[in-house]
Write a protein of this length. Sequence first.
Length: 339
Amino acid sequence: MRLSEQDALKLVARAFERAGVPKTGAAAAAEILTIAQMMGLNTHGLSRVATYRDRMKVGGITASAVAKITATAPSIRTVDGANALGPAVAHQSLYAAIEVAETQGAAVVLCRNANHLGALAPYLFLASRAGMASIITSNTAPMIAAEGGQRQAIGNNPLGIGMPNPGGAPVLLDMSMSVVSRSRVRAMAAAGETIPETWATDINGRPTTDPAKALEGLMQAIGGAKGSRLALCLDLLAGGLSGAAMLSAIPNSVRSPEKPQNLGQMFVLIDTRKIMDPEELSHQMRTASESLSNSGQSDPNQPIRFPGARAMAAFDIAREKGLEITPALFNQLTSLAAD
């Protein structure tokens, strides 16, 4: 079934408000999750409403909490998320960064006491819409081994890079440090499907095609040691600089949903309009796109395109025709909104 963008925003916001989230935070979180759903990022879209609500019930997320922002330097802000709803805190942090960058040219916002913020692509999109180039990251509970290690030590810390494109769709790179996200493995486990043995190992470090065993074991880092090193450094930036929890100090929200995670997040924004006119940036982006297109396709069924092109195409369709969701998810959201 399809649900209009406005109906989705109202339904999700109502579901969060019923759980005790302040109206502004509920609307902010609804925007992030709705954009993710519109982009086709279903594992990080509207299905997350119930997950977040479940954690609120047991105290892992403080529904009524509101983040506090402190100016520590002209272009730097620190945010105490107060263990509030993750997408609401991240949304507030992003717009604090946009406000600072519009006056200072660039901004760094570091957040502690945060929760799972969802996919990074919606934040990159909102930043690009404001004319901002962006780098965003967050730390997570451990699920990757350190180089030479045997046990979970490093989070599957996502990295997002966004670039506005005045002449077309923005560039949105949203990638985790594992071959695939853990949520995808969890979805395949629920569906009773097998996974490729290159995705994860079991608890003994052996490659596995069983998603249930993979969830107890290790996710495989992209590029082997390079991926785990990059994940480590992202944790040092997001968690270390913000004063949040890091590495093995972060509890697993699935196994211990009642425990606050104290995640760290970092938002780095650059106001591109302070550097060049939109027309010049559009020319630069068009030149880059043409250069890629002229490099030749190895597979005629796989067009060469900027990161995020598929997500933005799905977003445009959803904006015109509505979001695709299952009747079961719609019924779940309707029930949560009525609680």
